[in-house]
Design a protein around this ligand. Sequence first.
Ligand code: TRP
Length: 345
Amino acid sequence: MASFKELVFSGVQPTGNLHLGNYLGAITKFVALQESHDCIYCVVDLHAITVPQDPKALTANIREVTAAFIACGIDPKKHIIFNQSQVPQHAELAWIFNCTARLGWLNRMTQFKEKAGKDRENASVGLYAYPALMAADILVYRATHVPVGEDQKQHLELSRDIAQKFNNDFVDSIAYHGFGDAFFPLPEPLIQGPATRVMSLRDGTKKMSKSDPSDNSRINLTDDADTVAQKIRRAKTDPEPLPSEEAGLEDRPEADNLVGIFAALSDIDKESVLRDFGGGQFSTFKAALVDLSVSKLGPIGSEMKRLQSDPASIDAILADGSARAEKLARRTMDSVKDILGFIRS
Ligand code: TRP
């Protein structure tokens, strides 16, 4: 297959309450990839409206994700940060991919089944077609690498299937227009494993979630230092001292979670954390975790607040990123139209 320039693309939905799980599970990875790759990070507002959204909250949530990207260290000048709805080629390519993807493929998507629930007749058509839009997000830049969580692996596979089928269906036209044997790359997932999975502070068996009714179950990226400290002090534990080895964390989900958070925040493994804290009481460990969390997350929270207090500056960053993204996307769309046989000016 033809070779493609390496390019990273990923998207985050603007659905509110960004928390430690989003940070450790996704955004830190986005930040690290800037060193080795050109990166495009997208606030996927078109995906958000596959379920009902309140317009005012949606606007605020788009700005919140943008502020989080920047506060966590993504450089919007060297790379691209933008919101999906400002680059019309995403929706345009998604339509074409709706005609490439097969009903049978989409019927297998587990996330649709989960999100649609029992009342599938009442789910939006957009929720069903969601993975074709996701494929368009990636492929409109002909991106090659996609950092995502485990839950998006199936959608990524579908993106590869779409790219592959498009390349096959139009093989002659692709060659005729000078693109060799393949127009789209088959994008590779960069999967964040369960090691960076952050669980609820109130119940170590449940994922930390934006929709948990208890705000004490999660550390929001906008929480100030006092709130972060308080939530960690109140986090559920068990009466045993910490084990000295990782095996001792089995069947102790809350202890496992807090040790995992410490490890991820300090970029070491759990074994090393237990070397320092094993055998000790939770109170000592929690005090250290408070200090660590406050020193890592405090500056992010205050930078997010500072950015969010000036929405015009966030909107300007999105406008700039969108203009740069659109230039790239338009080039791909022009070629796609040629390959399909459309007439364009
Ligand atoms: N579906 C992704 C999620 O919910 C978000 C997303 C949309 C995405 N488009 C994307 C992720 C393209 C990676 C690449 O997490």
